[in-house]
Design a protein around this ligand. Structure first.
Ligand SMILES: [Zn+2]
Length: 602
């Protein structure tokens, strides 16, 4: 893996793997179309605290297939900013000013109105050699390189003031980008960088703010640190407050010496803590949000999203909500008739609120527009409809409605933090119970939870609904005089069956019924076995002969004990590795010797 995109440290850890995701600007015309997908993985640099994508989508893939895709950046602070820029020491009406992309036009216009006349904006075709009709920042950022910068300087001379609004967060090669800006800049000149401030998104657990086009997620501290790494010194720094994300504006001069001493251990630790809290909360939020949406389906209430932008796309896809949503409403006619990436939900006009008898509509657009939309659709509200919002900071936020289901809802008695018993004569399990268990599994030490539907340990048949989370270690064991069967309800896992010496006899890839993998096994002989969970949660139903007797379970002497964390992590790593070899060799062996593919793990 490549190192941190700012400080190049190799110590970049994975925060959240959102799985294979589509490109948000690729709305689908026909459901038969193939969709491009790439893993969306958020990471954290332990050395500089910057949150960033690990292995981002190839830049060339991000080019929009439609020419009507727009970016709306906040503008309210631009008059004020133009005032500050006009009054910088050594900046006057003859100063040469340059904007990097179309996103700088509105500020350049304000500078023009203030009497500045030597203003230019880089021309994608002339200056950057971009020849495709329309150009987004994903293409421009790729062409801001040292060679192009030198040529621009040859033609125009160096600039006294350069404006770079809302492009840095899209950049793939930050050091090269910043070197190029320095090349364009007069040694006494200034550069203005503006980026969104992701602090609120991280602190409010707004997972929909992550998307493939933003390669980095700045906060004030990591932004300044990045610019200092790039060879600039901060002359002026402002945070402009906005509902969605604040704007960070830094006015800088080129600097010969690299100095980020102000970035001390305490600041770095705060950055890392915030990012790690964001990653830890993801599973819990996912559980709560999924359960919240599934209730609409249970209650036969139709729900739509309002706004077919990237936040809606990410929200629906990372929380896998497609089955619960009726349609996506967007009054942009260009989008109507198309389908959302990955979820394939249809995009239609706001008349659908009435026509489709929608009960709830989740606002997924710029939060500044929420009041306007609610006002515009007051008949929907008057007729009993309700607007919600995916923005955790909105007063309409659906996050306020997420309730940890209460124990009273559940017909269970607690045995310990991990084990619950059904207390009904006719034991029943609902999806709600499973979601409730998922929450419990995140609270307890071993990250697992079970509901026993047999009455007590003396029963002759033991049936359990069990949740294991990713990374849980199940020490390989076998049951004497007992058959064990397992039925997957949700998630995926690899089941390893061993012989007594620890040789892998078989690896079963398991998933739920719809996955196409094995969803059920029954072990009829006392073989050692274990599971390696490959999804966030594995939910399964296990049946075992009772009564429970500890001595009937024999743990494999060649596998580490559960409380030895380091050894168990190594063991799981080894298992995952041996899986690769096993399947490679199995292909060869299976041909010559039917059913005989005993392999030793190394
Ligand atoms: Zn770093």
């Amino acid at each position: 893996m490549k190192g941190c995109c700012v400080c190049n440290s190799s110590d970049v850890i994975e925060l959240i793997d959102f799985g294979a995701q589509p490109i948000c600007n690729r709305f689908i015309k026909s459901l038969d179309d193939d969709e491009y997908k790439h893993p969306l993985v958020l990471g954290l640099c332990n050395a500089c605290g910057l949150v960033q994508l690990i292995n981002p989508f190839p830049a060339s893939e991000l080019r929009p297939p439609y020419n009507w895709i727009t970016y709306n950046e906040p503008q309210d602070h631009l008059d004020y900013l133009a005032g500050i820029l006009s009054n910088l020491p050594d900046i006057n009406e003859n100063s040469a000013i340059c904007g990097i992309s179309f996103k700088d036009d509105t500020l350049l216009l304000r500078m023009k109105k203030r009497g500045f006349s030597k203003i230019m904006r880089l021309d994608p075709e002339q200056d950057l050699g971009i020849n495709d009709g329309w150009t987004g920042v994903e293409t421009i950022q790729d062409k801001i390189n040292l060679d192009n910068a030198k040529e621009i300087v040859n033609k125009n001379g160096k600039f006294d003031l350069i404006i770079v609004r809302h492009i840095l967060e899209h950049v793939y090669d930050l050091p090269e980008f910043m070197r190029s800006i320095r090349e364009l800049l007069d040694p006494d000149g200034y550069v203005v960088f503006e980026v969104p401030d992701c602090t609120k998104s991280l602190e409010y657990f707004d997972y929909s703010s992550i998307w493939e086009e933003h390669t980095v997620y700045f906060t004030p501290a990591t932004f300044k640190n990045c610019l200092e790494y790039g060879g600039f010194s901060v002359e002026h720094f402002e945070i402009f407050p906005y509902q969605m994300e604040n704007c960070l504006v830094a006015i800088l001069k080129p600097s010969e010496e690299f100095d980020n001493r102000s970035y001390n251990g305490k600041i770095l630790q705060d950055e890392k803590n915030r990012a790690i809290a964001f990653s830890h909360e993801f599973s819990r939020k996912k559980t709560l949000i999924t359960s919240y949406f599934s209730d609409f389906k249970t209650n036969r209430e139709k729900i739509s999203f309002f706004g077919a932008g990237h936040t809606a796309i990410v929200f629906i896809n990372i929380f896998n909500l497609k089955d619960y949503i009726e349609c996506i409403i967007d009054d942009n006619e260009n989008k109507q008739g198309l389908f959302m990436p990955l979820s394939h939900l249809p995009i239609i006009s706001s008349s659908a609120l009435k026509e489709k008898d929608i009960k709830f509509s989740v606002l997924s657009l710029n939060p500044d527009l929420e009041n306007k939309i609610v006002e515009k659709n007051r008949t929907f509200v008057k007729n009993g409809g309700e607007f919600l919002s995916i923005d955790p900071k909105s007063k309409l936020s659906l996050y306020h409605k997420l309730k940890t289901s209460s124990f009273e809802d559940i017909n269970l008695s607690k045995f310990n933090d991990e084990v619950y018993y059904s207390i009904c004569d006719v034991a029943k399990i609902r999806r709600k119970d499973i979601e409730w268990m998922k929450e419990r599994s995140m609270d307890n030490k071993r990250k697992r939870c079970r509901i026993c539907v047999h009455k007590d340990i003396d029963e002759k048949v033991h049936e359990m609904f069990i949740i294991h989370t990713k990374g849980a270690y199940v020490r390989p064991h076998k049951h004497i005089n007992k058959n064990e069967s397992l039925h997957v309800i949700e998630g995926s896992a690899d089941v390893f069956i061993f012989d007594d010496s620890g040789k892998i006899k078989e690896i079963i890839k398991m998933g739920d019924y719809l996955s196409g993998h094995e969803f059920f096994y029954r072990i009829n002989n006392p073989y050692y076995h274990t599971l390696n969970i490959t999804s966030e949660f594995l939910v399964f139903h296990e049946t075992l002969k009772g009564p429970f007797d500890r001595s009937d379970t024999i743990f494999a002497p060649w596998a580490p004990e559960e409380n030895d964390r380091k050894a168990t992590e190594q063991f799981i790593e080894k298992l995952v590795l041996s899986k690769k070899t096993f399947f490679q060799l199995k292909k060869i062996v299976i041909k010559v010797n039917n059913n005989e593919y005993l392999l030793k793990t190394n």
